[in-house]
Design a protein around this ligand. Sequence first.
Ligand code: IPE
Length: 256
Amino acid sequence: MILIKLGGSVITDKSAYKRFNKDIVSRLCREIKGSKKEVIIVHGAGSFGHVLAKEFELQKGHMNNGQIDAVAKVSRDVRELNGMIVSELISAGIPSVSVPTGSCFVMDDNELLINDDEVLRGYVRLGIMPVMFGDVVLDRKKGFGICSGDAVMRSLAILFEPEAVVFVSDIDGLYDRDPKVSKDAKLITDVDRDALDRIPPEMTVADVTGGVHAKMRTMLDMCSDGRDCILVNGTVDGRLEELLTGKKVICTRARK
Ligand code: IPE
């Protein structure tokens, strides 16, 4: 089984509140189906989550009652996004059900707890894919918090022990400096902990769940003997399908 995260930067236009990239999502779903691989998909929130979460600092937990309305709105918005993604998956021939992170699970001081996996395993056994996503989630210590799709990926990797983990983004992989600013930024095709430590932390994009650096650290944490974690560009036609079917593609591969 391959665990895939469709990042918010590829499924939405992050610069505009609640803009869904329907064509890209529809193509990615067809590519996943075309690969004939057994997968579990998680998705990010993009502009359906980050805009309000950042404005109201939801990742810091419950600080004031001005945040309450934003909790409800972010929850509503990411469910709307999830509904559209599940629809695209079903249209592509991948039977899927929504398992909203914040409606099914809680966090404890930012750590997602999946103590009961009956629903997740039950759907997988039936050949129906449970789709979880980055969400606003109740937190036992902080009242609520933001659970990123990456944190969901970490939990699902422990539960399902996938043979590979893939993060689909809008960049070709990890660069040694910001490719949007610096023309001679070089793509790092293989990364381990030492290589990551040499990359300047300014590469981190300011959103509520971290940027490329944080993602790479998550990816390195999810590697195990024989399991690579790969960052691939989903905006390029066919690249995800090629990767899933074992072809050599432009990407960054994290290894233990
Ligand atoms: C963010 O999830 C969740 C919310 C802001 C509600 P992610 O951090 O996984 O989303 P993307 O992939 O960066 O957009």
